[in-house]
Design a protein. Structure first.
Length: 615
């Protein structure tokens, strides 16, 4: 059998499509160029969205490339033989040029003539059709004429591709080699709107994606992507550092895969300009590095090792100039973050141990049963909501009573303390608690985190030493501006708007709130005008302290959690706005001068974000 390696596969793919009149385009940054709703580039099509929607691409209508991608949705799955956060994707595109026939013909030719996959090993799936789009008989017929015998029709959940909630999308046809998916041709002819409608696009596009790691495994007859040359040198280095053998013990093998994947991803993320931090991409990076360090510890690696694991990453991917250029910086950042984390990890693990020992674990048998329920994540998510609403929250499917749940629960606040004092990311707390048959819900943790970030950004008392505390004149003003914005949105949009998140730097405010659609230019203008009107009116800002119940009764907005603190501060801006908040605020709105919205965008389904500044 022919041996395939990473570079050869990429070369053959690009050459093949070049011979079919495709232009090779750049491998884009992992940080999406157009500020979008995703943190990282998750597929080759990502940077091409404007062109799939009809904009002209300077390289023409037929494109090909290999694209580095990060998918963090699968982070918990990493550790088995096939999941990764970082991977490379080969792709070819037609921007309103060829469609199903040519796309499938070319896929078939590449698979059988170049990769030499015997036709008897190939099978495909096509879209089964539903109310939004018809059954894809056309693709099935093309495959059939090419001699493919095994053709399945599957619903949207399998054979439809979209990058997120909205945008270009369409039915796809997937190709399998002995049952393992190798390639995906998406026929992008729809645009899904925020209202959930599928509009026909101006042009019919093709978007295909072939994962390099998985394809290499298939071609080399391996059932483990970590044994391909995209990973093996990294695994070997980890074996050397730990003195453990890959493939021998299940837990150790899993730890090695997590380290290999996470450090590789971290190297690429740092190369693209991100540094470990407490929010967004920086936080993902921090989580990846810290999780790798923790598993390194489990393998018994004593000294700093992440920058050693990075060496084979540089070797494997020596075709990436961005890695070569940033090698020193990447190594230094890994070292720094590892050092920082190691200082506290021992103490943190002890504190976690102590916290856990105060709980009564769920009986192992029941816990396993719960974890094996396909919808266990949903169950756990529901559970905390039910509990809050005073409903029955026992888990009947696994025979777990409310009392057992209460006894085994690590609360969001307890988890948050581990995060705050020892820098343990939520995933790590979750993993640690799972190992002990305890329950921990990240959603609740996130609420604590948000509350804290809000407080630490604005608190002048300096109690919260997260490094985020900032109560300069600018942030104080922006904080008051946020309250004005919140109320203005409620009045203009005539909806029950609530704050879903807030982040203030010295330069700008960022406010997330519930709303189902994009705001029109007219609405934005009205909101901006109303805030400016309230600034011009020079309204007094008043602060009172009261019990949360009283605050609620008085009509103040905010999170009502009476457990949280005895008394809360309520800030009123004349009779325009009233919110629970830790402050600080300006004394009079006149200090703000001029308010300007600079951006409005979606952050999640039903959540919008406004960025604004004071001029
Ligand atoms: N965008 C599709 C995918 O990620 C095809 O590239 O599978």
């Amino acid at each position: 059998m022919e041996k395939w390696n990473r570079k050869k596969l990429i070369k053959e793919y690009i050459e093949f499509f070049k011979s079919k009149k495709h232009k090779e385009i750049a491998n884009f940054s992992l940080v999406p160029e157009h500020d979008s709703t995703v943190l990282f580039t998750t597929a080759g099509m990502h940077p091409l969205v404007p062109f799939l929607l009809g904009q002209r691409h300077t390289a023409g209508k037929r494109l090909v490339n290999v694209q580095k991608c990060i998918r963090t949705g699968d982070i918990d799955e990493v550790g088995d033989a096939v999941h990764h956060t970082f991977f490379e994707m080969l792709g070819n595109w037609s921007l309103g040029d060829y469609f199903k026939k040519e796309a499938i013909d070319m896929s078939y030719e590449f698979l059988t003539r170049i990769l030499k996959i015997p036709i008897k090993n190939l099978s495909v799936s096509c879209f089964a059709g539903d109310k939004d789009a018809p059954k894809d008989e056309e693709s099935a017929k093309i495959w059939k004429n090419l001699g493919i015998k095994k053709i399945k029709f599957l619903p949207k959940s399998d054979n439809w591709w979209i990058a997120g909630e909205t945008g270009p999308c369409g039915p796809d046809t997937e190709m399998f080699v002995n049952g393992v998916e190798i390639w995906n041709d998406v026929f992008m002819q729809y645009n899904k709107t925020k209202e959930g409608r599928y509009e026909i696009l101006k042009q019919k596009n093709v978007d295909t994606g072939m994962g390099v790691e998985r394809t290499l495994a298939i071609l080399n007859n391996l059932d483990d992507n970590y044994l391909t040359d995209s990973f093996l040198p990294i695994i070997k280095e980890i074996e050397k550092l730990s003195g453990k053998k890959y493939g021998k013990d299940e837990g150790e093998t899993r730890a090695m895969r997590i380290i290999a994947d996470h450090i590789k991803a971290s190297v690429f993320i740092i190369a693209d300009g991100i540094l470990p931090g407490n929010v967004e991409r920086g936080y993902v990076l921090r989580r990846l590095i810290r999780r790798a360090v923790r598993y390194g510890k489990e393998l018994g690696i004593k000294d700093n090792f992440t920058c050693k694991v990075a060496i084979p990453v540089f070797q494997i991917y020596d075709d990436y100039e961005i890695l070569r250029k940033n090698k020193t910086k990447i190594t230094e950042e890994l070292e720094k973050e590892e050092e920082k984390f190691r200082k506290t990890i021992e103490e943190g693990l002890k504190a976690a141990e102590k916290l856990f020992s105060g709980k009564i674990p769920i009986e192992r048998k029941k816990f396993i049963k719960l974890m094996q329920l396909p919808n266990h994540q949903e169950i756990l998510k529901e559970l905390w909501n039910k509990k809050r609403e005073g409903k029955d929250y026992s888990i009947k499917e696994a025979n777990i009573s409310e009392k057992e749940i209460d006894n085994a629960t690590i609360t969001g606040k307890e988890g948050f303390l581990l995060y705050q004092s020892f820098g343990f990311p939520a995933e790590m707390i979750l993993e640690l608690s799972r190992e002990k048959n305890l329950l921990f819900y990240r959603g609740e943790f996130r609420i604590e985190l948000e509350k804290h970030q809000e407080l630490s950004r604005t608190s002048s008392s300096g109690v919260f030493k997260s490094g985020l505390a900032d109560s300069s004149e600018e942030t104080t003003k922006l904080h008051t501006a946020t309250h004005l914005l919140n109320q203005a949105l409620r009045e203009i949009l005539k909806e029950d708007i609530h704050q879903k998140g807030s982040n203030i730097t010295a330069e700008r405010l960022r406010f997330d709130f519930n709303f189902p659609r994009k705001l029109t230019a007219d609405e934005l203008e009205k909101v901006e005008n109303l805030v400016n009107k309230k600034i011009k009116e020079k309204l007094d800002v008043k602060c009172e302290e009261m019990k949360p119940e009283e605050a609620k009764k008085s009509g103040a907005q905010g999170v009502f959690d009476s457990k949280y603190r005895e008394k809360v501060k309520v800030y009123s801006i004349a009779n325009f706005s009233k919110e629970i908040c830790a402050g600080p605020h300006v004394k009079n709105t006149g200090e703000l001068e001029k308010f300007k919205i600079i951006k409005e965008e979606a952050v999640a389904a039903g959540v919008r974000r406004i960025k604004a500044i004071l001029e």
